[in-house]
Design a protein around this ligand. Structure first.
Ligand SMILES: NC(=O)c1ccc[n+]([C@@H]2O[C@H](COP(=O)([O-])OP(=O)(O)OC[C@H]3O[C@@H](n4cnc5c(N)ncnc54)[C@H](O)[C@@H]3O)[C@@H](O)[C@H]2O)c1
Length: 338
């Protein structure tokens, strides 16, 4: 087994060449169905488990089937399991690999922008349970992450923008330079100009991995990565907004709550709104406040009536604010009715 604190990072030019480095007898690929549809020829000689597209695959029954597949394929404890797909596929792969034979080596080839900039990094693996998201899992870092940028060519615009919301979040956490980069290069980024996208993914990777390196188990600063997600998650489960759209509105609402509390300026709120808008992400919500508040109250992050809510103060300065649920609800109601 490799050192669990060290993740090797590769830039991959040829999938065939990269996969050729592994013993095909003792390696299994776990591949998202759409990735298989577009890139399947590269995986043909290998033992491959295909994950149908969709968040509903992230459950214990998929883990059960995958473990049976690994067993039937004769993968032993010296084997390698490689997840190739978006966050759903990687979360499933990392979890199954971490518990199969008490843990075998695994790596990721993220195929969505969100997975490249976020889900592949930081060791959180797991599945949903009943209606609770990411309820069962482990923290265990992948042995490697391989970046193969042609994956992004077949990704839909909606999925690409889901990833952009996380990139914007990382830029707000990081500071003005990353924000200026996104503003300046937004047209190239939107048209998936690969050299610019690579630069953006590298920057995003650095922001998340630096935070994770100092707080793998989310006791402190890793919580900052939840910027936009407490409200965003509530929006996502109670509306038709995508994950990225929900996070975008969540970040803007977090900034507006910070403004109400006198903790950030209107310029910061506008900066976040502008950044989301140039990447075609919404910044306001059309829904009933009560539904949203109810979802937040049931959010798993709530502890003893207190929410650890993340607010932006200014570019590069983001803070955890522990706030009473009732006070939080009042702020939400007031910004939703502004
Ligand atoms: N572990 C973590 O730290 C972490 C962080 C963020 C998100 N996540 C998890 O990640 C999941 C979301 O990930 P996601 O946004 O990548 O979604 P996803 O894995 O569901 O993929 C989105 C869609 O894109 C398709 N797809 C994937 N790659 C493609 C490609 N190259 N070309 C065409 N289509 C492709 C998939 O089939 C799917 O329909 C959630 O379950 C979330 O909880 C985990």
């Amino acid at each position: 087994m490799s050192d669990k604190n060290a993740t090797d990072i590769y830039k991959i030019d040829s999938l065939k060449q990269f996969l050729g480095n592994y013993n095909p007898e003792n390696m299994a690929l776990v591949v998202d169905e759409n990735v298989y549809k577009y890139f399947g020829e590269h995986f043909e000689p290998y033992k491959t488990f295909i994950i149908p597209s969709g968040e509903d695959q992230k459950d214990l029954s998929t883990i059960d089937r995958l473990i049976k597949f690994l067993l039937d394929s004769g993968i032993d404890r010296h084997g390698n399991i490689i997840g190739i797909g978006g966050g759903v596929t990687l979360d499933i792969t990392g979890f199954a690999a971490s518990i199969y034979l008490r843990g075998v080596d695994f790596g990721f080839l993220p195929s969505t922008l969100l997975a490249m900039c976020d889900a592949a990094i930081g060791g959180k693996n797991g599945v949903n349970y009943l209606s609770a998201k990411n309820m069962i899992g482990v923290i265990n870092q992948a042995g490697f992450i391989g970046y193969y940028y042609p994956f992004l060519e077949t990704l839909t615009d909606a999925e690409y923008l889901n990833g952009m919301a996380e990139v914007i979040k990382h830029a707000i956490i990081d500071g003005q330079e990353f924000i200026d980069f996104l503003k300046e290069k937004h047209l190239q980024i939107l048209s998936k100009d690969i050299s610019v996208v690579q630069d953006m993914v590298n920057r995003s990777f650095e922001v998340k991995s630096k935070i994770v390196a100092n707080d793998l188990y989310e006791k402190g600063k890793r919580k900052l990565l939840n910027l936009g997600h407490t409200i965003g998650h509530a929006i996502e489960v109670s509306s038709e907004y995508t994950h990225g759209q929900s996070v975008s509105i969540g970040m803007v609402m977090a900034a507006r709550i910070a403004l109400q509390k006198g903790l950030c300026t209107r310029e910061t709120v506008e900066l976040i709104e502008d950044l989301c808008t140039i990447f075609h992400l919404p910044v306001t919500l059309q829904t009933e406040a009560d539904e949203l508040i109810k979802s937040i109250v049931f959010d798993k992050k709530r502890k003893l009536n207190i929410i650890d809510f993340i607010i932006p103060l200014e570019p590069g300065k983001v803070q955890i604010m522990s706030i009473n649920v009732d006070e939080f609800s009042e702020h939400l109601k007031s910004i939703l009715h502004e």
